[in-house]
Design a protein around this ligand. Structure first.
Ligand code: ADP
Ligand code: MG
Length: 321
């Protein structure tokens, strides 16, 4: 039988990379991190729970990827550069094949962004994965939700709705086959955090948020914090070709605006920054699209199709509703 300590040693205690920054990583009671001069630490945590955030039977390598990716997405939305992660794992059993695949998925993404795993916790129980990610951002330069101004443009990265369609396809709510299905399921299970774009938007964007619960809900949070109203132009919202698999416009709209799991960035910037925004996106291989504008007013999101106000149910997933 594998002990808790063998498990950690075998799967998670990787020898520190040559570029390792942590003074002390896995193996002691706490990690020791150097606080960089002139920088602030951005710290975030997110849990993936079986049945709530992923379907039973999801490939463990993809879970390892996603558990880290959703946290890197939060750091990206702050304009922070990811440095460290902690991993709190609750497992029903010490399944070596599962753990090997999980850690491969986790570390492949960690390596890509130079993230060091510096600690965690391992317990037995229903499958639950919590990652804490720590990044650095020059003091005062983080992208926050409360920095937007009336008159700013609203932008998003990538296309929206891909992941929601992947989930709907897995659940049998929509029919997707072949490459279309593969694309959407991959967007759901292997989101690519917009770390490079987030960093490039420092000093360009006035506010940012990452899209985990759908554009309407998350842009709503940004509006609340900035005390402004968002006007979103439905026709401009970038969508995947696969959206045509939605049989009704209501379903397509839901996927696009309220589906969730996009892990794209929504951000705001003054109109004079348009060229710089495009360079931050396209210059790093990521599409950026202007989807609306901010108005004075009471912290809400309005969606227009042409000049017609579209009625949308209040979106966003609430665990306790
Ligand atoms: P303690 O009981 O002092 O909290 P643990 O026995 O839980 O310590 O963990 C031993 C060491 O292994 C600690 O440095 C901890 O951060 C690390 N660790 C435990 N579980 C994980 C994990 N899943 N991933 C990475 N590091 C882990
Ligand atoms: Mg412990």
């Amino acid at each position: 039988v594998t002990s808790e300590f063998d498990l950690i040693r075998r799967h998670f205690a990787r020898p520190a990379a040559a570029s390792g920054r942590a003074r002390l990583g896995i193996g002691d009671d706490a990690a020791l991190l150097r606080a960089p001069a002139g920088a602030e630490l951005a710290v975030t945590t997110d849990t993936l729970l079986e049945g709530t955030h992923f379907l039973r039977g999801t490939h463990p390598g993809r879970l390892g990827h996603k558990a880290l990716a959703v946290n890197l997405s939060d750091l990206a939305a702050m304009g922070a550069v990811p440095r460290y992660a902690l991993l709190a794992l609750t497992l029903p059993k010490a399944d070596t094949r599962w753990l090997t695949a999980f850690s491969e998925g986790f570390f492949r993404l960690a390596r890509r962004y130079g993230v060091e795993l510096v600690g965690g916790d391992t317990t037995r129980g229903p499958l639950s994965i919590t990652v804490t990610a720590i990044g650095e951002v020059p003091a005062g330069k983080a992208l926050r939700r409360d920095g937007a101004q009336a008159g700013d443009d609203i932008w998003v990265t990538g296309t929206l709705g891909d992941a929601a369609m992947g989930l709907a396809a897995l659940q049998g709510h929509i029919r997707l086959t072949g490459r279309a299905r593969q694309h959407c399921v991959e967007c759901l299970e292997m989101p690519q955090p917009r770390v490079v774009v987030g960093r490039a938007l420092r000093g360009v964007a006035s506010a940012a948020i990452d899209l985990s619960d759908g554009l309407l809900a998350d842009l709503g949070h940004l509006c609340e914090r900035s005390k402004l109203t968002a006007e979103v132009w439905l026709d401009c919202v970038p969508r995947p070709d696969e959206i045509s698999a939605c049989r009704t416009t209501a379903v397509a709209r839901h996927m696009l605006l309220a589906g969730g799991d996009d892990y794209e960035l929504a951000f705001t910037a003054p109109p004079r920054m348009r060229a710089k925004v495009e360079r931050a996106g396209f210059g790093n291989g990521v599409m950026v699209t202007r989807v609306g504008t901010l108005k004075r007013g009471s912290a809400r999101v309005r969606v227009y199709e042409g000049s017609t106000l579209v009625r949308m149910p209040r979106g966003g997933y609430d665990h306790f509703r």
